[in-house]
Design a protein around this ligand. Structure first.
Ligand code: ZN
Ligand code: ZN
Length: 283
């Protein structure tokens, strides 16, 4: 099974199998086209195909099938019934996670010379896209040298066994309750009189099933050790006073989004943020 010689002119797909036409598999549990949803990596601008994994989480795959003999076994994926599975299917071809060759991962994995070569090709393409103005990388995560401060990032927050992306920095997450004057409550959920969460590094992947390869750690504001009622207060986004008066109506929707490592890649911080500098402590 020799690849189409026409592909040789594009070294990117030297060993890539020609793409097959799109159709929905009759046995597919999802209505996604078999080629998944195409998109572009927010970090490097290269094409990705997004599929569901068996645990329903999304995975970004490199769009081409590659000769499996070049790919380390832990990086091999295959598609079956519209779903991406984290191992080869015994054929000579496989797919790989984009993250294994993304030129702008937070921590480059060591995946062998073949994938390193592929990563270099993608890096050149990213450079071309940036030079021609066709691509602007997602804003870099650190806002200054080293780790960002917790006052400047939209944190991923772990609570009630789920991970969410907050709508704003921690200290700006505002109570959604309506005051008696029919205004939105001006108070924040974060309250120094209540136990705080703690910043910790956790895998970007979900807590169950296969992690996206290669595994990567990210900073998470973890509230999981707090009492249930306190986690619920965060989830319902209420200040302590409005938790004590649960009858008050909400004037806004809570701002939590279920954290998705692909959609929210720009919000993944691989280092713990610095604690905020208080103005009255330092000039
Ligand atoms: Zn990328
Ligand atoms: Zn309130």
């Amino acid at each position: 099974m020799c690849p189409d010689p026409a592909h040789h002119k594009d070294s990117n797909s030297r060993t890539a199998r020609p793409r097959r036409p799109l159709r929905v598999a009759a046995t597919s549990p999802s209505r996604l086209l078999r080629a998944g949803q195409s998109g572009y990596c927010r970090r490097c601008g290269n094409r990705i195909d997004i599929y569901q994994r068996p645990d329903q989480q999304p995975i970004a795959l490199h769009p081409a099938e590659l000769a499996a003999r070049h790919i380390p076994a832990p990086c091999r994926w295959h598609l079956s019934g519209g779903t991406a599975h984290p191992h080869g299917d015994g054929s000579a071809w496989c797919r790989i996670p984009h993250q294994a060759i993304c030129p702008h991962p937070a921590s480059p994995p060591q995946a062998g010379p073949y994938l390193e070569d592929l990563r270099r090709q993608l890096a050149l393409r990213t450079r071309r896209l940036i030079d021609t103005g066709a691509f602007t990388p997602a804003p870099p995560t650190p806002s200054r040298p080293g780790a960002p401060t917790s006052h400047h990032i939209r944190p991923a927050v772990q609570l009630l066994l789920n991970r969410y992306l907050a709508e704003s920095p921690l200290q700006d997450i505002r109570c959604v309750a309506q005051t008696r004057q029919r205004h939105r409550c001006p108070h924040t959920v974060l309250d120094s009189r209540f136990p705080a969460g703690r910043w910790t590094l956790l895998p970007t992947g979900p807590q169950r099933g296969q992690l996206t390869l290669p595994a990567q750690l990210m900073a998470v504001y973890d509230l999981g050790h707090l009492p249930y009622a306190e986690q619920l207060r965060w989830r319902t986004q209420r200040c302590p006073a409005h938790t004590a008066t649960p009858g008050a109506a909400d004037l806004a929707l809570t701002g939590w989004q279920v954290f998705d490592p692909l959609l929210h890649a720009a919000h993944i911080h691989t280092r713990l943020p610095h604690p905020p500098t208080r103005r009255h402590e330092k000039a």
